[in-house]
Write a protein that binds this ligand. Structure first.
Ligand SMILES: [Cu+2]
Length: 172
């Protein structure tokens, strides 16, 4: 009797574990394990694909930058109009420009166009997403969720890893 109960308990523990593992997988088409580094976020809807989403570990504890690329395989232009993350209440679309004095600066933009058939890269020195008012800065190895909204109502959910700043000059 005792053995029987013990076996059942073990079985259900294994089942729960399997379920938990399945739930932590972000998409069914995940490309296998590549070491311990969390995979950069990706998602797609029809001909619209977002990939390579990541955040450098914030240098400023209240502000983080979110980088990714958007590929538009359709024949119609698309427009990124907003981003919401699980990190804070505020995220803005930014672009980096060069001022009259030659110094680079960034400013908020209403939207980021993704022309038909093109890929737009959001990265340091160009368009990017700024996550503001962080209650606490996320650390390397953590993940958060981001929802990108496009004109017309398409929403894409991403799981975004936080990575070390190394390898990136951090100049944005
Ligand atoms: Cu910015």
């Amino acid at each position: 009797m005792r053995d029987h109960t013990g076996a059942r308990r073990t079985l259900s523990a294994v089942a729960v574990l399997a379920l938990a593992t399945a739930c932590s997988t972000t998409t069914p088409e995940e490309e296998g394990g590549t070491g311990h580094a969390p995979e950069r976020g990706h998602a797609h809807s029809g001909d619209l694909t977002v990939s390579g989403a990541w955040m450098p570990e914030p240098a400023n504890p209240e502000v983080g930058a979110l980088y990714f690329e958007i590929a538009n395989g359709a024949e119609a232009d698309r427009t990124l109009t907003g981003v919401v993350t699980s990190l804070s209440e505020t995220a803005e679309l930014h672009t980096t420009g060069t001022g009259d004095n030659g110094a680079s600066h960034m400013e908020e933009v209403e939207e980021i166009p993704v022309p038909a058939g093109e890929t737009v890269e959001l990265t340091s020195g160009g368009h990017h997403v700024m996550v503001l008012d962080l209650p606490e800065p996320p650390a390397e190895g953590e993940e958060f969720t981001a929802v990108l909204t496009f004109a017309g109502g398409t929403e894409l959910d991403l799981t975004v890893p936080v990575e070390a700043m190394a390898g990136n000059n951090g100049d944005h």
